[in-house]
Design a protein around this ligand. Structure first.
Ligand code: HAM
Length: 430
């Protein structure tokens, strides 16, 4: 029997797997420079955590959750995002009693039963951050900047940052009344989702992608006219501080986001590749005031975002083309003859302990075949060891890029490799 991969899932290997891992590492280290610490939460939680937090009116909870009863009869869902789980962890472990704000970053797989298409999976990876505990527009700007600068750093030079405000609670309630009033005699001609949204959360209608509905949505009242002075000032402060850092943005007054927990500032990062590829938002987030208290903690304001790593990876592949990094190793050891095999093997192990990425062929193969393997492994250097070299403890180090070859003694090998390759990342970090 041949097993099929599940719809909406994918296998990543070679360059793709390497680059996904690299993105996680880069985003994590940039987040650390902003004072964030790593947090890991479970892949599944009680279903109610998501219905309460992400919201019953959202498509995510309504249509897209992977929900099941476990063997103990508990109602469980695979996480459709990580923010709710992080809030639950903060409450469970009383982390809110620490100095605020709590700043955490995470990376993990997320599950949504969506219709698969380019850049849209049913299991995908999110990297995200949550800054919890302080109501201050500086934190919103710090978070938006972190996302913006991280995306610029990995190669998105023409990033589009869309931003909007949903106002405070009273602004939003007034706006919802106005929206209900506007849609009430149009809703019967709109899609079934919008009809449901009209009943559960009228704001969601603004998010509808159906073309016919969008024509109606275009003339709907705008949030701007319903914002309290406080909410207007808050938003203006955010925009001014972004301007101060020359972070460009586009105000998009239809941006409401697909999750129910937001208030005040919401934002999305977009990128359109030169060949026209547009995968939708590559990252998104916003400010939220009630999520922690909704899951049983104190009422503390927070802000966060999450990136979709597959979308980022796919776009970078288009942007970077040939530069897109292939898996590689530092050194391939080529051994000539049976008697050099064990010697080469032990040397390889020694070099690995010094954090060089080293490999060799453990079968008997000609020098030509071993060189081919070295090239296929994308090795930077080849170290050639014949019986004479073994006796003299002196080898030929060949740069596989330039084809230059130098002689090097065993004693000088690690220093020389360090000079031409540099020690592995791990050793650098120690
Ligand atoms: P979200 O907008 O639902 O926000 O997802 C964040 C990112 O995940 C999106 O911008 C997109 O890049 C990626 N994404 C979403 N759905 C898919 C999919 N089906 N396949 C591939 N990638 C996808 C959140 O999840 C919030 N928790 C973000 C946040 C954190 N807000 C505050 N803190």
């Amino acid at each position: 029997m041949e097993y099929q991969i599940q719809r909406g899932t994918y296998d990543a290997y070679d360059e793709e797997a390497l680059n996904l891992k690299k993105l996680e590492e880069i985003f994590s280290s940039i987040a650390s420079t902003y004072g964030y610490n790593y947090i890991k939460t479970p892949t599944y939680e009680q279903t109610e955590l998501f219905t309460r937090s992400v919201g019953e009116s959202s498509d995510i909870v309504n249509k897209e959750m992977f929900t099941f009863l476990d063997k103990g009869g508990r109602n469980i869902s695979l996480r459709p995002e990580l923010t709710a789980g992080v809030m639950r962890a903060i409450v469970t472990n009383k982390l809110y009693a620490r100095d605020l704000p709590l700043k955490n970053f995470y990376c993990g797989n997320v599950f949504r039963y969506e219709r698969p298409q380019q850049g849209r999976y049913r299991e995908f990876l999110q990297f995200g951050v949550e800054c919890v505990g302080i109501n201050n527009y500086f934190h919103d700007v710090e978070t938006i900047s972190l996302g913006y600068k991280s995306l610029k750093f990995v190669g998105f030079s023409h990033l589009i940052l869309k931003i909007n405000t949903l106002g405070d609670e009273s602004s939003r309630e007034n706006y919802k009344i106005a929206l209900r009033d506007y849609f009430k005699d149009k809703i019967s001609c709109m899609c079934p989702d919008c009809q449901r949204r009209f009943e559960t959360n009228v704001l969601r209608i603004l998010d509808c992608k159906v073309e016919e509905d969008q024509k109606i949505i275009k003339d709907a009242p705008k949030i701007n006219s319903y914002l309290s002075q406080e909410a207007k000032d808050y938003f203006q402060n955010v925009l001014d501080l972004l301007d101060e850092q020359s972070i460009e943005y586009v105000i998009d007054d239809t941006l409401v986001r697909g999750l129910d927990y937001y208030s005040q500032v919401v934002f999305e990062y977009h990128y359109i590749a030169s060949d026209g590829t547009n995968l939708g938002a590559i990252g998104a987030g916003g400010h939220y005031d009630n999520l922690l208290s909704d899951v049983g903690g104190p009422k503390l304001s927070s802000v966060g975002f999450a990136f979709g790593l597959e979308r980022i990876n796919a776009l970078l592949k288009i942007i970077e083309g040939e530069k897109y990094e292939k898996p590689n190793i530092d050194l391939y050891i080529i051994h000539l003859g049976e008697e050099t095999k064990q010697y080469s093997f032990l040397l390889m192990q020694e070099l690995r302990e010094a954090f060089f990425k080293v490999d060799m062929c453990l079968e008997e193969k000609s020098i030509k075949s071993q060189l081919k393997l070295a090239i296929r492994k994308n090795a930077k250097f080849a170290l050639i060891i014949g019986s004479e070299e073994m006796q003299k403890n002196c080898f030929n180090l060949k740069n596989l890029n330039t084809q230059e070859q130098i002689e090097i003694s065993y004693e000088n090998l690690i220093d020389k490799l360090d000079e031409v390759i540099g020690l592995g990342d791990y050793e650098d970090e120690k």
